[in-house]
Ligand binder design. Structure first.
Ligand SMILES: [Zn+2]
Length: 243
């Protein structure tokens, strides 16, 4: 299970970059919430936390500590740039762990691919506090310039923010090899041949939670039927609840 800590930059008394009627703190919170939603709804084997879910202020050291205390596997801080440029860039810490380099390569390229026609400012290194303070591989992205006329027009579009989120999610999926959930929402526990489902049923039976494993296997094996999906979903729910 991949534990991903998303860090929407700034918040509360610190709006981050402000221009063209936009505030960085709001844009990055929206993007992070959408990344979380995409990953949790569409992929399995991933759990996601945000350093802030609302418009509150945290010190940089607190953000890193949250990720360290949780034991996150990966830390992704998201910002919007300012200062007279245009386009997208990403940063890892200058100590450059090989995992950080490899994940930056994949994630950066996926974001640029998703954003299409933006200036690619490159994969960079920096001694940023959240990158220095986190004990796991980490990345910080700067998603366009709030004070650039064309960039800010894009940032005002909710579908463009969704594209930015999709790019980040795609990067995480590719970098960590996440698998898509089955379309019915019951995860991979849909096919009768699914070893995960079979072992889940055996485990529930051994623990005395279900009495007739064959009945459950039979139902789940009916595959893509309402009954099969229902049985698989129930097995999943019982597994989540009891183990
Ligand atoms: Zn920022």
């Amino acid at each position: 299970m991949l534990k991903l800590m998303l860090d929407p930059g700034h918040g509360g008394k610190d709006p981050g970059a402000v221009a063209n009627g936009l505030q960085e703190k709001n844009l990055v919170l929206t993007i992070c919430q959408q990344i979380k939603s995409i990953l949790l709804h569409e992929y399995e084997g991933v759990t996601v936390k945000l350093t802030r879910e609302t418009d509150v202020f945290h010190e940089l050291s607190t953000r890193a500590k949250m990720a360290n205390d949780w034991g996150a596997d990966y830390f992704m801080s998201i910002h919007v740039n300012a200062g007279g440029g245009t386009g997208f860039e990403s940063f890892i810490h200058q100590s450059r762990s090989s995992v950080s380099v490899a994940t930056q390569n994949v994630i950066h390229d996926e974001i640029v691919r998703e954003l299409g026609n933006v200036t690619n400012r490159g994969k960079k290194v920096a001694n940023f506090s959240v990158l220095r303070g986190t004990q796991m591989p980490a990345i910080l992205t700067e998603c366009l310039f709030i004070d650039h006329p064309l960039d800010s027009t894009k940032l005002k579009s909710s579908s463009y923010l969704q594209q930015i989120a999709r790019g980040h999610a795609n990067g995480i999926v590719k970098a960590f090899g996440l698998k898509k959930k089955a379309a019915n929402g019951a995860g991979a526990a849909n096919s009768g041949n699914d070893p995960k489902l079979v072992s889940a049923i055996e485990k529930l039976h051994k623990a005395g939670i279900i009495s007739s494993p064959d009945y459950w296997l039979q139902n789940a094996k009916t595959g893509k039927t309402v009954r099969g999906d229902y049985a698989a979903a129930l097995i999943q729910r019982m597994t989540d609840q009891f183990f």
